[in-house]
Each structure stands twice: as structure tokens, then as C-alpha cells.
Design a protein around this ligand. Structure first.
Ligand SMILES: Cc1ncc(COP(=O)(O)O)c(C=O)c1O
Length: 442
């Protein structure tokens, strides 16, 4: 038995029961979904997951940024159980419930914008992105949307069109939605810089789509799937200026950056400008499916009644969880916690960068941090297979990690913000051991 403080491995990984389930999985579950690691969850608490073989892992992925309050936070569990006893569903467009209004009030008050605000809730991030675009189109009476190189906005047709990664997301899935235009996103490690990216965007108004045809510019304050690339302040200010000049709706996709991850409640709080619409999902409801659009009232209210909707928009159980999540943020001061977790992680990652030339870059805001692995620090050639090897080595040692980046060569940390100092230190130690082990074979 390999044992550290929290991680406890009782069998080889995968264990016998896990292997048996994964055998059955191949005969029952669609192949495109079989991309996960060799681990089958039985229970999860805080920053740990115990598998069906009784092995306990530390979770640095949090369901891909969904569990900022940790697995099964007692407050969330209690709120969900209480709501389950009351009612599950009415369809909000048929019968209203107070939870919807309460979350709209509370999130509206927290949103990184001034003036009157309105909110609408949905299910997945992709759905909220599409609804933000619908609202922008109805408000501006224009069609075009500008999204960025390396963006990830979801997998439904319009959001997938806005997403910018061919394999595995887009390959074979065209034709895509019309009227989506792509501009460069600044990247301090690989270029372009903010000025060049903004100039290219302005040039697009002459070469691709006139500015007065553009309904929305949609961007991530820090790109997530694209490789944890923070938007420079100069760039975000430039986007705001262009939107103001041309009457374009500025949409911040905060699906991954929201709910404290970047050391602020919303990633946009790092900048001196306000978005018009904010898209939220992932950590909003502590693990239950919920998403939303929060925005300036004049935009949100300019659509006709019934223009947006859906059977499951804002499920009451998920809304109850979301309200509990906001309570947890207040009671446990998780935004401040994200700052201290972030500096501990960054410090370790910077050490790795100074020790190993293959750790080409360390970047991110708050506790939304990643390393970018390269074959050679001069050429910066992406080392995707090295990143895969690190993730595999980490899992064998009891730590769940996940890659990111258009080249698949970044490893990100999205651990619960409720993680203890001891767990964080233990997880970073395992991350470091996995890096060292993978580098031996590189
Ligand atoms: C920034 C961003 N937008 C949108 C989405 C899509 O969210 P969902 O997977 O809930 O549809 C994601 C998912 O990773 C995301 O990171």
C-alpha cells in the first residue's frame, strides 16, 4: 500500500473493480466518451475522490472547474436535499419559483458591472453562450459574432462554431454556423501581443465584416481550454473601446473563470472595464448542471417575450445548490482563499520552470494556473506526449490532473478552493514527482 497523508492507494491503478466496469463500459457507452482516466468514482468529498476499489485520490481537476466549493459541500448537500423534498421541476416559463428570483438578485448584485442588471438561467455553459449571442443579436438587430483564436465556448452548433480547436472538437462536424468571425487572441508566451491582436481585429472590420454588422464580441478573460491564457488588460480595454465605438455587445464568457477561480469572484474584476453580458456555468451550483447569463438590463430586456427559454432552464434543485454556493463563498471567504492557493501553486510551478527547461511557461490568474510543456525552451515546440505522461504518472501516484491547450501540452490546476493547505502541498508534491518521473523518459 502506497500512502501519503490524504492519498491512499490500496490497489494497483486501475484496480480490479474499476477494470471490470471499464470492460463493461466499452460495450455499453459510446466510444467518443471513453476519454477519461482509469478511475471510476464511488464517493467524493472536498478535494478527494475515492474509487470503487477504495483508492483515495486528490482531485486537482474538480470536474473541470465545476467544484470550486469542493465535492459534496455539506451546505450544498443540505440545500439540495431540502429542495428535493419540496419540488423538482415546474418549467420556469410555466410556473415561477422564488429560488430563480433570489439567485438572479444575488448574482446580479455580484456581477462585474454597474447599473441595472437582469439574469436568465439555463443548463450547460454552451447553452448560456448561445443565449448570450441570441440576446446580443436581438438587441443590436445584427448577426455577426466575433470570437477568438484558441477560444472554447461549448459544443452545440453555434458555440462549437465559436470554439477554436479542430481536433477533437470540430473535426468532421461542419458545416458550421454562419456569421462567426475569428480574431487573434494575445498570448504573452507565443504571441501576438495585445497591440497586434487589437490591430488585427480592427483590420477585420475592413476585410471580413463591417463593424456595424457585428452583434457581439465574445471572449474569455482567461482562456481555459485554449491553455490558460490570460487576456492582457490593454486588450480587454481595447475590446471595450471597439464595442463602445461600434455599438457591439461585449460578452465575457466566465464559464471557467467565474466563481472565485482567478482570485476575484469574476475574472472581469481584474480589468478596469465592464462587460455587457457575463456567461456563467461550471462552479455556479457546486456540481449540479446550471448556467446563466447576467447582463445590462437594456440588453437583457430588449428581446421579445419567449425569445429565450427551454424546458429545464434553471432547475430548482440546481438553483438551491447555487444559492448555497454563494453562502459558502461568503462564509469561507473563498475568493481570498483562491488568492493564497494561487500563490502557493505559482511558487511551486516557478520552481519547476527554473529547474526544468521543458517547463516553458507558468501562467494564469489567481488559482487558475497552468504549466506549458515544450521540447526545447528555445524552439518552444509543444510537448503534448510529455504532458500526457505527467498526467498518467500523477494518476498512478493518486493525483488527478488534466491537460489543456490547443496543442494539448499544458497541465492545468482547477482544484477545489476549499482544499486544505496540507492537501494542496501533498498534491503539488505528487505533481512534482510525476513531472520528474515523466522527464526521465522524455
Ligand atoms: C469558457 C467556457 N465556455 C463554455 C464552456 C462550455 O460549457 P459546457 O461544457 O457546460 O457546455 C466551457 C467548458 O469547458 C468553457 O470553459
Amino acid at each position: 500500500m502506497v500512502a501519503t497523508k490524504t492519498i491512499e492507494l490500496r490497489t494497483e491503478i486501475p484496480g480490479p473493480r474499476t477494470r471490470e466496469i471499464l470492460e463493461r463500459e466499452r460495450r455499453a457507452v459510446a466510444r467518443p466518451l471513453l476519454v477519461h482516466g482509469p478511475i471510476v468514482a464511488a464517493e467524493a468529498r472536498g478535494a478527494t475522490i475515492t474509487d470503487v476499489d477504495g483508492n483515495t485520490f486528490l482531485d486537482f481537476v474538480g470536474g473541470v472547474g465545476v467544484l470550486n466549493v469542493g465535492h459534496n459541500h455539506p451546505r450544498v448537500v443540505q440545500a439540495v436535499s431540502a429542495q428535493v423534498e419540496r419540488f423538482f421541476h415546474t418549467d420556469y416559463t410555466v410556473i415561477a419559483y422564488e429560488l430563480y428570483v433570489e439567485l438572479a438578485e444575488r448574482l446580479g448584485a455580484l456581477a462585474p458591472m454597474t447599473g441595472e442588471r437582469r439574469s436568465g438561467f439555463f443548463n450547460a455553459g454552451t447553452e448560456a453562450v448561445e443565449n448570450a449571442v441570441k440576446l446580443a443579436r436581438l438587441h443590436t438587430r445584427r448577426h455577426a459574432v466575433i470570437a477568438f483564436d484558441g477560444a472554447f465556448h461549448g459544443r452545440t452548433l453555434l458555440a462549437l462554431t465559436m470554439t477554436s480547436r479542430t481536433h477533437p472538437y470540430k473535426t468532421g462536424l461542419g458545416p458550421f454556423a454562419p456569421e462567426v468571425y475569428r480574431a487573434p487572441f494575445p498570448n504573452a508566451y507565443r504571441g501576438p501581443d495585445a497591440k497586434t491582436a487589437l490591430a488585427a481585429l480592427e483590420r477585420m472590420f475592413a476585410t471580413h465584416v463591417p463593424a456595424n454588422h457585428v452583434a457581439a464580441i465574445v471572449f474569455e478573460p482567461q482562456q481555459g481550454e485554449g491553455g490558460f491564457i490570460p487576456a492582457p488588460a490593454e486588450f480587454v480595454e481595447g475590446l471595450r473601446r471597439l464595442c463602445d465605438e461600434h455599438g457591439i455587445v461585449l460578452v465575457a464568457d466566465e464559464v471557467q473563470t467565474g466563481f472565485g477561480r482567478t482570485g476575484r469572484m469574476f475574472g472581469m474584476e481584474h480589468f478596469d472595464v465592464e462587460p455587457d453580458l457575463v456567461v456563467v456555468a461550471k462552479s455556479i451550483a457546486g456540481g449540479l448542471p446550471l448556467s446563466g447569463v447576467i447582463g445590462r438590463a437594456e440588453i437583457m430586456d430588449s428581446a421579445h417575450e419567449g425569445a429565450i427559454g427551454g424546458t429545464f432552464i434553471g432547475n430548482p434543485v440546481a438553483l438551491a445548490a447555487a444559492i448555497a454556493v454563494l453562502d459558502v463563498f461568503e462564509e469561507e471567504d473563498l475568493v481570498a482563499r483562491a488568492v493564497s492557493i494561487g500563490s502557493a501553486i505559482r511558487e511551486r510551478m516557478l520552481e519547476w520552470r527554473s529547474r526544468w527547461a521543458q517547463v516553458g511557461d507558468v501562467r494564469g490568474l489567481g488559482a487558475m494556473l497552468a504549466i506549458e510543456l515544450v521540447r526545447d525552451s528555445e524552439t518552444r515546440e509543444p510537448a503534448a506526449e510529455l504532458a500526457t505522461a505527467v498526467v498518467d504518472e500523477a494518476l498512478q501516484r493518486g493525483l488527478v490532473l488534466l491537460k489543456a491547450g490547443v496543442y494539448g501540452n499544458c497541465i492545468r490546476v482547477l482544484c477545489p478552493l476549499t482544499i486544505s493547505d496540507g492537501e494542496l502541498d501533498e498534491g503539488l508534491g505528487v505533481f512534482e514527482d510525476a513531472l520528474a518521473a515523466a522527464l526521465v523518459y522524455a
